[in-house]
Write a protein that binds this ligand. Sequence first.
Ligand SMILES: [Fe+2]
Ligand SMILES: [Fe+2]
Length: 295
Amino acid sequence: MNAFSEQKIERLIKLSQASPSLPDTFIPWEESVEPKDKFIPDFLTSLYDHPLYDSLTATQKVELGKHEVVQVMYSYAWSENLACLFFTKHLLTLDTTSVEHRFLLRELIEEYQHQEMFAKVIKKMNGKPLAPKWFHRWLGKMTANYFPADLMFMSVLAIELIADTYGKILRKDKAVYNVLRKVSELHNIEEGRHIHYTKMWLDRFTQKAGLFKRTIYGMVILLNIYFMRTLYVRKEIFERIGVDDSSQYFKAANKNYSSNFAKYCLDDAISFTKEINAFNPVTRFFWRRILKANV
Ligand SMILES: [Fe+2]
Ligand SMILES: [Fe+2]
């Protein structure tokens, strides 16, 4: 139960103002990538645990992780930009002195800093991000412009829950490039506040939602996670790391990653979906089918 409380939101605003985690000072940008560094734990790379993974050299495995984490960072920055587009429009509907307006302004400031931080770490790693394809771009812009507020907050929350899971895993792994770990730590701290706020904001909608609305919520969460997941694994990455048949590797990685992703990244999203009672035979069917979720 995350009931909307002005007092709690005032506290979140105060935290964001009094102890901001500024990327320029929080992250040791002067530290360069060392030969021993990894970029992501092996189990989060798309091909991990697949027989083809063993055919990669140690260098190719590290490179695969690097290109994929670049995609992860780039995709978050891009999705955050879409969230900012929606938040900016939503601000116009609010009283400027309200807690909602003031919190969303803090969130916007933080989200813009995150985008700058993600771009900076990608450059530090010499990453070459691949832009989302037309369908992702079209769908992203369409939803940010035309979705009602509750569905947009639900979408933002679904993406944040996944970003947060990645952040928790990355910051804990000491083998990962330290700058990347600190980026993940900062993101974790601030996303924690955003997630808390969004759950409270959504509570008034989820509490009174009937079966139809809950089904919509369950599907919106699922589709956003699927939307994010399909931004990471790209054929070009296998061409870059120099495997013989990049199409074969890409196809295998795409399929393989959906089960790894279900195993390691879905827990928080599933708990929230359960919390708001959005699982029913219909949503469960699609979560199992599309996300391979154990629900
Ligand atoms: Fe963020
Ligand atoms: Fe956020």
